[in-house]
Structure formats: C-alpha cells, structure tokens
Write a protein that binds this ligand. Structure first.
Ligand code: NAP
Length: 276
C-alpha cells in the first residue's frame, strides 16, 4: 500500500475541475487523481497537463453510476488506505433556452448534481483520513434559489437539525412535483439547477454536522463553495472568471492547513464564508 497522500477531483476532464487538478498538481504534496466518466476524455486531459510538465493520475468515475463510484472507493482503499482530499466538482446544467420539458430537466439535473454527489459522499466520506478536506462545488445560485422557496421550505433548508434522509425526500419531492406540474404551487422556485445546488449546500451542512458528531477529533473540514461565474462549457464565454480563477476558492478549501479548524460546514465564495 502506498503511503502517499491522495486527492480526487470529480468531473475533472475539463472546465473548473481540470483547473482544480492543475492547481493541486502544483500545490498538493501527494498523488492527484483527475477523474472522468469517459476514459478517452480523461486521458486526453491528463496528456494536456503532462504537456505542461504536471503528473496527474487518472481513474474513471461516473457519479451517476454506483458501480463506478464503488470501483474508485475500492481502488482508493486498497492502494492508499483511504483519501486525503475529495473535491466533488462534477455537475451539469441545461442551457437556458433548452426546450427539454422542465420535469425531465429536473430529474436529470437532480440525478447528477444532488443524488450523484450524495452517492460519492456516501461511499468515499468514510474513507477520508484525519485532517482530510472535502469540498462540494455548489453555486451562488443555491442561495438565490433558496430565497425563491416558500417560507416553509426555506426554514427546512436552513434548519440545523434537518437529516440527510429528510433532504433526500425533499429533493425527490421536487422532481415528483415537477412531473405533476405543481412545483411552484408546492413552494419551489422555477430552477432545477438551483434546487439541485440547494441540495448540495444543505447536504454539506448536514455532513459537516455528522463529522462533528461521529468523527470528533479527526479534524476533517468539509465545506460547500461557489467558484464564481466561470468561462467553461457550462457557463459560456461571457462569464467573468477564467477556469484558474474559478478554481481558487475550491483549491483554498482543499488545501486548508492542518492547523485550521475552520471553515467547516459553511458555504464559501471568494474564500469568504457567506450566510446561508
Ligand atoms: P463543465 O465545463 O460543463 O464541466 C463539468 C464536468 O463535470 C465535466 O468534466 C463533465 O464531464 C463532468 N460531469 C458531468 N456529469 C458527470 C457525471 N455523471 N460523472 C462524472 N463527471 C460528470 O462545467 P464547469 O463550469 O467546469 O462546472 C464545474 C462545477 O462548478 C459544476 O458543479 C458546476 O455546477 C459548478 N459551477 C460552475 C459555475 C460556472 O460559472 N461555470 C458557477 C457555479 C458553479 P463530461 O465532459 O463527460 O461531460
């Protein structure tokens, strides 16, 4: 088994994820895994970073596929006995003018952004070593979508006692409500991406609380963050930040020094804790 430290970034064959891997290759004192659902796209991204003199490693990971997640889990357990840094970056968004029915957009978006990210956490968080760092890439859109929820939903999503099961139920209810055409009547905002990212931010708050309760003394720090508005295939060329600039806050959270005891369980933007 390797004694090396290890970092894993999901959805890192392009965009912000690729920039996070690039920065970690330069700054993280251990092995850095670029992961991609498509091995061809992943290997091409590895080759691109190798051209820059960097040495990322590669592992396949489709966060929609539990078998793929478990294969990565087993690999990390057997080769490294766990992991030190996990960046949950993989995500999708329908374009604004996409004509796919809203209920389909809701199901597909929630499947990857919320349920896929949750499955990665379920399988990999138990492997995170003491002083580990976990970063869940959410979005400021989670905050605006939260403000667009009914008072009752806002109260639930801001609650310090909401459980993971309750959150999963609520995310499932959103999808079902869109199918029945009643999501707005039920207090949801009209954004599938926004609701999926509410899920990611609230999941992070819950997971941080569970770490406090179950692994006190392990000094693991887990946070959600927004990378900003970043020029990628997702956000388009008009966005204000380069992928490298978008990687700054996630990388800051991934590399919080071992002496740090905060931030933890927070929503962080521009390296600053934001109110939820
Ligand atoms: P992007 O350029 O579209 O990249 C998304 C990455 O996620 C790609 O590598 C994609 O792989 C991967 N991915 C999608 N579904 C996956 C799955 N099921 N399993 C594994 N990987 C999957 O988007 P980005 O702008 O870099 O976004 C990265 C993260 O930042 C996302 O979570 C996004 O919501 C968040 N974010 C972005 C912005 C922004 O302005 N760009 C703002 C706020 C938050 P493929 O190449 O195979 O599709």
């Amino acid at each position: 088994m390797s004694n090396a430290q290890v970092a894993v970034v999901t959805g890192s064959n392009k965009g912000i994820g690729l920039a996070i891997v690039r920065a970690l290759c330069r700054q993280f004192p251990g092995d850095v895994y670029l992961t991609s659902r498509d091995p061809g796209r992943g290997q091409a991204a590895v080759a691109q970073l190798q051209q820059e003199g960097l040495r990322p490693l590669f592992h396949q990971l489709d966060i929609d596929d539990l078998q793929s997640i478990r294969a990565l889990r087993d690999f990390l357990r057997d080769k490294y006995g766990g992991l030190n840094v996990l960046v949950n970056n993989a995500g999708i968004a329908f374009k604004v003018h996409d004509t796919t029915p809203f209920a389909v957009q809701a199901e597909v978006t929630l499947k990857t952004n919320f349920f896929g990210t949750r499955n990665v956490c379920t399988e990999l968080l138990p492997l995170v070593k003491p002083y580990g760092r976990v970063v869940n890439v959410s979005s400021m859109v989670s905050s605006s979508a939260l403000r667009g929820c009914s008072q009752e939903l806002q109260q639930k999503f801001r609650s310090d006692t909401i459980t993971e099961e309750e959150l999963v139920q609520l995310m499932g209810k959103f999808v079902e409500d869109t199918k029945r055409g009643v999501h707005e009547k039920e207090g949801w905002p009209n954004t599938a991406y926004g609701v999926s990212k509410i899920g990611v931010t609230v999941l992070s708050r819950i997971q941080a609380r569970l770490l406090n309760e179950q692994r006190k003394g392990n000094h693991i720090l887990l946070n959600a963050c927004c990378p900003g508005w970043v020029r990628t295939d997702m956000a388009g060329p008009k966005a204000t930040k380069s992928p490298e600039e978008g990687a700054e806050t996630p990388v800051y959270l991934a590399l919080l020094p071992s002496s740090a005891d905060a931030p933890h369980g927070q929503f962080v933007s521009e390296k600053t804790v934001k109110p939820w």
